[in-house]
Write a protein that binds this ligand. Sequence first.
Ligand code: HEC
Length: 115
Amino acid sequence: MNNTQRITALGLVLAVFAAWALLLTSPAQAVTLKNTSVKLPESTRVFPGDSAGAKAANSYCLMCHSVGMVMNQPDLGKAAWLVEVNKMKNAFKAPIPEDQVAIIADYIDSIKGKK
Ligand code: HEC
């Protein structure tokens, strides 16, 4: 290695060092945290009417899902709705009093029954 090569190599090392030092001392990207609020869609729909069945459905069917879970199903016969309400009660542990099961099934049949 002659002197010219040594000086070039030293220059390169210094340049790399200078670039590294510049990188280290440059101010970090400022991160600004802001509060934000997100409005989640909420369901305001309830089962229609003020019959005993509508009241029971509103009391016992909306704690886990929306009215849409019922209204977006195909129309079913009365027996099928009874099975459905019992499924919610027995399989999913919906706290539906036994004497409300048939009332709810009849009511849902009246709004989503097979005509
Ligand atoms: C304890 C919670 C809970 C309650 C209370 C509840 N459900 Fe459900 N329901 C569920 C769950 C969980 C599913 C979804 C099951 C799935 O994804 O397969 C469901 C699904 C449904 C479905 C869609 C079809 C099906 O069988 O999956 C219908 C219809 C339904 N519920 C009706 C009702 C009615 C009517 C009531 C009131 C009598 C009710 N639910 C109360 C938990 C509940």
